[in-house]
Design a binder for this molecule. Structure first.
Ligand SMILES: CC[C@@H](C(=O)O)C(=O)SCCNC(=O)CCNC(=O)[C@H](O)C(C)(C)COP(=O)(O)OP(=O)(O)OC[C@H]1O[C@@H](n2cnc3c(N)ncnc32)[C@H](O)[C@@H]1OP(=O)(O)O
Length: 327
């Protein structure tokens, strides 16, 4: 058995929901939410450590950044198994997301590309290791870790994109669904095979699919388990961009992500992403509006805002000077 999740943490998170739904001060709840978030992170670290022995050296998760530090690449590398995730790789994915969130090296990173290798994105959990060796409780621990890791990936300040070459299957589709955007090579495919294995998604993919395509289409994709091509994925709204026939998914993704990479004020983009994520994840509008106000208070008269206003001022003065000269 790996490690059981902390029941107290879950209880705390649940108790916290009541005051946030209208009664009392939402701020009163934030202290205990922060404490439960810390306890949950400790749980995740323990589960990740327990998973590390399950995997060979060749399967690994790689995190790199470009020379400017603005663009990061997270690669799932296990080509002999179509980039299936061993326990070790899940632990490394957890570590990489933590590094992106907290590491000084990634403070100026604005865009994150999540990829497999040239011929495949990811075929899900490593069936050989995980499904043969894991007890029921181990499976639950894995599900808990992967749900949190992919939730944290989605909540990163960086704008993220899944770059899909070849195919994505099972848990691989759940990783694809966890990023902000999805770019597919024109010959790539996507199949949520879970029900054909007598399973359901365990990494948060079922919930994310419904949020993305709606109930009816989610039933088609998940319960029917069709193999979807890039055009079908674009029609469903799962693919945000499909590459040209002779273009790699990487090239298409770089093009698609350019506005985020080039953004003049990355802090404002991060703030906007935070508002969108918060509104999406909280059904109580007062909670979302509080969060929006908090983000706004940091942006208003902040460095970026001051810089933008000074630029507008300089441009206005230059225009006036030019008009004076013309007179
Ligand atoms: C609990 C998590 C759960 C979830 O939440 O969804 C899962 O992820 S369960 C896993 C779901 N994934 C699958 O069922 C995929 C199974 N694999 C395939 O259907 C096919 O391999 C493929 C991915 C469609 C590729 O087919 P093809 O191009 O014909 O290549 P091969 O079949 O020859 O594969 C090459 C090699 O890779 C091994 N492989 C592929 N996927 C996995 C996997 N998920 N785990 C372990 N190993 C995998 C495959 O066995 C071949 O190995 P060799 O036979 O040794 O060459």
């Amino acid at each position: 058995m790996l490690v059981s999740r902390c029941a107290a943490t879950v209880g705390k998170a649940r108790r916290c929901a009541a005051p946030l739904r209208g009664h009392g001060s939402p701020w009163a709840c934030l202290g205990s939410r922060a404490a439960s978030a810390t306890a949950e992170r400790e749980d995740m670290a323990r589960i990740a450590d327990a998973l590390r022995p399950y995997g060979s050296e060749e399967g690994r998760v790689r995190l790199e950044k470009d020379a400017s530090g603005r663009q990061a690449w997270l690669s799932l590398v296990n080509p002999g198994k179509k980039n299936a995730l061993s326990g070790k790789m899940m632990a490394e994915l957890h570590d990489a997301v933590k590094e992106l969130r907290e590491g000084d090296e990634y403070k100026s990173t604005t865009t994150l590309f999540v990829q497999g290798t040239e011929d495949f994105f990811c075929s899900g959990a490593d069936l050989g290791i995980l499904m043969k060796k894991f007890t029921r409780q181990d499976g639950l621990d894995m599900s808990w870790l992967m749900q949190r890791t992919l939730h944290d990936l989605r909540a990163l300040p960086q704008i993220s994109v899944a770059v899909v070459n070849g195919g994505a299957m099972g848990g691989g589709t759940e990783i694809v669904l966890s990023t902000d955007f999805r770019v597919f090579q024109s010959k790539a495919n996507f199949r949520m095979v879970q029900t054909t294995l007598g399973l359901v998604p365990g990494w948060g993919g079922g919930t994310r699919l419904v949020n993305l395509v709606g109930r009816t289409k989610a039933l088609e994709v998940l319960c029917g388990a069709p193999k979807l091509d890039a055009d079908g994925l674009a029609e469903l709204g799962i693919a945000d961009c499909v590459s040209g026939p002779d273009e790699t998914a990487e090239a298409a993704a770089e093009r698609f992500m350019k506005p985020f990479y080039d953004a003049k004020y990355p802090g404002a983009v991060q703030g906007a992403k935070s508002i969108i994520g918060f509104a999406h994840d909280h059904s109580d509008i007062d909670v979302s509006l509080n969060h929006e106000r908090e983000v706004f208070s940091r942006a208003w008269q902040g460095e970026e805002n001051k810089h933008a206003l000074a630029e507008i001022d300089r441009a206005r003065q230059a225009r006036r000077a030019a008009q004076q000269q013309q007179k």
